[in-house]
Design a protein around this ligand. Sequence first.
Ligand code: ADP
Ligand code: MG
Length: 417
Amino acid sequence: MLAAAGYGEWRLRDTPLGRAMRAVRDNELAAGVAGIDVYRTKVVAFALSSLLGGLGGALFAGGFAYVSPDQFSFAESVVFLTMVLLGGVSSPVGAAIGTGLLIVLPEWLRFLKSVPGLYLAIYGAAVIGIILFMPDGIWGFIRGRLDRFKRTAARPASAGTLALSGGGSGAATVLELRRLSKHFGGLKAVDAIDLAVRRGGVHALIGPNGSGKTTTLNVLSGLYRATGGSILLNGRDVTELPPHIRTRAGLGRTFQNIRLWRSMTALENVTVGAERPGSPIARDGDAVLARARAALAFVGLEARADEVVAGFSYGHQRAIEIARALASDPVLLLLDEPGAGLNSSEKVELRDLLRRISARGLTILIIDHDMTLVTEVAEHITVLNFGRRIADGVAADVLSHPDVIAAYLGTAPDAAA
Ligand code: ADP
Ligand code: MG
């Protein structure tokens, strides 16, 4: 039973369900937006845990032919938790190591029992020491060393090219907002905005800080519920749908503050994007992996696919986030300030990346207040100020609009008029 449970858990890690569970643990918001049904994933995780607990309980009761609540004291629960933390929570190997250690450690220290208290003090110090110096447990520590060793190994053959369908031949308007509003109490963060994003090209949503850009995007991707108005994606009303369903309907996005699953590798992050349910390749593991590699290659990071995300530079993390969104083959790509925090050479790379995405026919809605980037990539601009749309149209016209200039210089629109 132990071997079967251990094997099942070991294999679970690299299945779509295992990746979804790790993604939900690392960043729930990003998981929903990447197409994962967060609620269902949690229920499945609880059910699997209960299954293992129930199995253990049945074997225990069968073995002792007797069960009573006092066999399971609070101290006992702490020991179980310590076993797992000590060995490493992320793998059954860690649990086995921790359990073994906590069973043999008291035996090894038995000779100290003659001095009262000394045994417990040493035992406690050993546990604290391991948790302090090996935060990922003993197995996490060992695997970290092994990974560093493996990283120098030969890289697999190069990835194929990333196919972006851009939603195929749908309606001419990819996204339409009709009098969309989002109020926080008395604050009208987004106030009856109309917006139409045409298929193909780059559409920019700009405005001073606090003008409602991120809020618009959050309502769009379903993280906030709209106070009023409606959202049509490819002609379909998605106003009331949860985030993962909108993603399945073709919305891809990145966040103003990067939201990657930090304990997972670059490739695993992008793989979750590629296995978006509803995509034609979702059930074909090899095709999903190939697509994830192609998406990483598209942003220039294929060679570092197996590194954990936390070790990447800020600019590269942004690129991985874009790759994750691209891997789901969206109809519309929403980017929230992708240029924020990038240095000038990274911004040039970003601009080229946006142009390459756009050249493949995928529509982009980009938020940024870097005017250089916006004027270089966007054909169409919508300007927000205090939650209202103050201008909309072809880039050059919008940027010379007096209200827009006033908003950016900080004067009230009425005074400028
Ligand atoms: P932008 O992205 O254009 O800089 P935001 O959309 O983040 O602006 O914010 C617009 C306004 O909404 C700001 O005044 C902000 O303080 C407010 N706001 C944003 N999110 C929330 C929230 N969750 N609760 C209350 N107010 C919010
Ligand atoms: Mg913002």
